[in-house]
Design a protein around this ligand. Structure first.
Ligand SMILES: [Zn+2]
Length: 318
């Protein structure tokens, strides 16, 4: 009896072990199956993605991934073997320009462009007339200086609320005043605050075409890099900040522009010997004048009109 019971227990144990082994084997097969299916699935997905990417790149123009400004891209020839051009430009007809800045530029015979606001211009009219006779370029900067209303000073004269028609009227009015004062119509324009639009949302319009139809050049502000003379749109010349900069900071821009044969347009406001808001330091301006007029440095420094005229001639434009 005991033997039978023992035998039954033993057989039962063997049967349980067999079932366990079978379950384990089943689990292994299932697990391997899942891994295999998953790998195939991923391979197939990857292959589809790659193919669609290849397909897309065929439709796209070739993109040069070289970091911008790191490579010479222009074969433009500056005059007299110069390697680049610089224009110093100043906005708003601020009194420090006429009182301190222009005498300094004249000392080095450096010609700059001044985008004047008529009201402050009238405060030093004789000085501005003399500046023009000395070869400085007098440009239009609108009558009322409209900018985006995000600037509190322009909230009641915001470009978001303006139309192309109203902007044309005030640009024309500024032209009339400049013509009366200097005897010639300006050929250079600077977008107040560097903003080039009117309206908002789907009704936004660019006023670049308006400037292109009336002026030789339009200059922006707060841009990232200089102008490529063989390619740049003269109606949207880039302008880099001069205010608050040391000569060492400007020298880096000059060296980079020289490497690429570009036209560096610098933008300033107050011209003073003390640091302040929107102030280009006289020490920086003087160092630029000294560096740029040294023939060893291969730089053509001149006003916007003179350089733009040369570019147009080289490009065969009227
Ligand atoms: Zn301005």
């Amino acid at each position: 009896m005991n033997y039978m019971i023992t035998n039954f227990i033993l057989n039962n144990f063997k049967l349980k072990m067999k079932i366990k082994r079978l379950k384990l084997l089943g689990a292994c097969i299932l697990f391997t199956g899942i891994i295999f299916t998953n790998t195939q699935c991923q391979k197939s997905k990857g292959s589809n993605l790659n193919l669609s990417f290849l397909h897309d790149t065929k439709e796209l123009p070739r993109i040069n991934n070289t970091k911008h400004n790191s490579q010479q891209i222009t074969d433009f020839k500056w005059p007299d073997g110069k390697k680049m051009a610089i224009s110093l430009t100043f906005d708003d007809a601020r009194l420090t320009q006429i009182d301190k800045g222009i005498p300094l530029l004249d000392k080095y015979d450096v010609k700059a462009t001044f985008y004047v606001s008529p009201k402050p211009m009238m405060e030093r009219l004789e000085g501005w007339k003399q500046a023009q006779r000395n070869g400085h370029d007098i440009g239009n900067h609108t009558l009322s200086h409209p900018c985006t209303g995000n600037f509190a000073f322009s909230r009641n004269n915001a470009l978001e609320d303006r139309t192309l028609k109203s902007l044309k009227t005030e640009i024309d009015s500024a032209n009339v005043l400049i013509k009366e004062a200097f005897g010639v119509l300006p050929v250079s324009f600077a977008y107040p605050c560097g903003n080039t639009f009117v309206g908002r949302g789907i009704n936004t319009k660019s006023y670049v075409p308006l400037i292109a139809s009336q002026f030789e050049t339009g200059r922006k502000w707060y841009d990232e890099g200089p102008n490529d003379p063989s390619f740049c749109d003269l109606s949207q010349l880039t302008g880099l900040e001069l205010d608050g900069k040391s000569f060492d900071e400007i020298l880096k821009l000059i060296e980079s522009a020289k490497k690429n044969g570009q036209w560096l347009v610098l933008v300033g406001h107050e011209m003073n010997d003390e640091e302040g808001q929107l102030t280009s330091l006289l020490s920086t301006i003087e160092a630029i004048c000294q560096y740029a007029t040294d023939p060893a440095n291969g730089i053509w420094i001149d006003n916007i009109h003179n350089i733009a005229s040369f570019i147009k001639e080289q490009r065969g434009e009227k």
